[in-house]
Design a binder for this molecule. Structure first.
Ligand code: TMP
Length: 217
C-alpha cells in the first residue's frame, strides 16, 4: 500500500476487553496484508514505558493532576517522535492502545482538568497529528470493574472509585459525539463473538478507506 499509513486508537474504560480486541483487529489487518505497528499509551517507547511505570505505581502521596497530565504528554511526545510519525511516514498503520482521547476521558472527565488545558498541550505536542479512526469499546462501569478486579493487583488508576469511572465513561461518550466522523462506538457488554463481528466490519471499512485514500494520492 502506498502513501501515509492510518493512525487508529482503541479506547475504553477498565476491563472492557481492549487487549483481546486489539489483538483481534491486529490479526484481521495483518491477514489483509496491512503492515501494522501495535503500540500503547502511556508507553510505546523505552522512555514512555518508564513514565508509564511512574504513572501506574501506587504512591503514598497524592499525585497532582497537572503533574500526571504533563507526564502523560511527555510520554506522548516521545512516542510520536520515535515511533508514531516514522511508522506513518513509512506507510505503516499504527494501532495504539489508547491515545489523547484517554486524556480527555481520564484527566478531564475523571480528574476534572479543563478541556482547554488538554487542547493546548495537544496542539503543542501533536501539532496536526490526530487519529484517523478511533474505536471506543463501551460497557457499563460495573461490568468493566468486575473484570479488572478479577485480574488481581490494581494499579493507581484501577483503584479509583466507581464515580471516577462513570465520569471517564461519560467523557469518552462525549468525545465520540464531538468527533463522530472518526469514532465508532462498540457495545463491549455483548459476547466476544458479536464484538469481534463488529470489529471485522470496522476493519473492512478501514481497508476501503485506505484504498480510497491511496487512489487519491
Ligand atoms: P491500560 O491502558 O493498561 O488500562 O492502563 C493505562 C492507564 O492509564 C489507564 O488506567 C488509563 C490511564 N491513562 C490516562 O489516565 N490518561 C491517558 O492519556 C492515557 C493514555 C492513559
Amino acid at each position: 500500500m502506498s502513501g501515509r499509513g492510518l493512525f487508529i486508537n482503541m479506547e475504553g474504560g477498565e476491563g472492557v476487553g481492549k487487549s483481546t480486541n486489539l489483538g483481534f483487529l491486529e490479526n484481521f489487518l495483518r491477514g489483509n496484508g496491512v503492515d501494522v505497528v501495535v503500540t500503547r499509551e502511556p508507553g510505546g517507547t523505552r522512555l514512555g514505558e518508564d513514565i508509564r511505570d511512574l504513572l501506574l505505581q501506587l504512591r503514598e502521596e497524592p499525585v497532582d493532576p497537572t503533574a500526571e497530565l504533563l507526564l502523560i504528554f511527555a510520554a506522548r511526545a516521545q512516542h510520536i517522535a520515535e515511533l508514531i510519525e516514522p511508522a506513518l511516514a513509512a506507510g505503516k498503520w499504527v494501532l495504539s492502545d489508547r491515545f489523547t482521547d484517554a486524556t480527555y476521558a481520564y484527566q478531564c472527565g475523571g480528574r476534572g482538568v479543563k478541556r482547554e488545558t488538554v487542547a493546548q498541550l495537544e496542539a503543542l505536542v501533536q501539532g496536526a497529528l490526530r487519529p484517523d479512526f478511533t474505536l471506543l469499546l463501551d460497557a457499563p462501569v460495573s461490568i468493566g470493574m468486575r473484570r479488572a478486579q478479577k485480574r488481581g493487583d490494581l494499579d493507581r488508576f484501577e483503584q479509583e472509585t466507581l464515580a471516577f469511572f462513570e465520569r471517564v465513561r461519560s467523557a469518552y461518550l462525549r468525545q465520540a459525539e464531538v468527533h463522530g466522523d472518526r469514532y465508532r462506538v462498540i457495545d463491549a457488554s455483548q459476547s466476544l463473538v458479536i464484538v469481534q463481528q463488529a470489529l471485522a466490519k470496522v476493519g473492512t471499512e478501514l481497508l476501503s478507506k485506505q484504498i480510497h485514500r491511496s487512489a487519491q494520492s
